[in-house]
Design a protein. Structure first.
Length: 81
């Protein structure tokens, strides 16, 4: 089992996720304000891409740390991406 242990990378990941959280709150506000669906879809797409980038950043961290053999990382990528 691998963990995100580098304090700087952990901080970066937390900041990225906080931004995603803000994007999701923005989407909720758009829905409450009955904004145009295309505008909402655009913001949902941006949040999804931000989450994807977070996922791949975490995978890169795992690879850099060398905690897991490449086969295990490949299995995780196949399972979750």
């Amino acid at each position: 089992m691998s963990q995100l242990i580098d304090p700087d990378k952990k901080r970066q990941m937390m900041q990225r996720l906080a931004r995603v959280e803000g994007q999701i709150r923005g989407v909720q506000k758009l829905i409450e304000q009955e904004q145009d669906c295309e505008k909402i879809a655009q913001q949902l797409s941006a949040a999804r891409k931000a989450l994807d980038k977070s996922f791949f950043q975490m995978v890169a961290c795992m690879m850099e740390q060398g905690d897991l053999p490449p086969q295990d990382i490949a299995k995780m990528l196949a399972k979750f991406s």
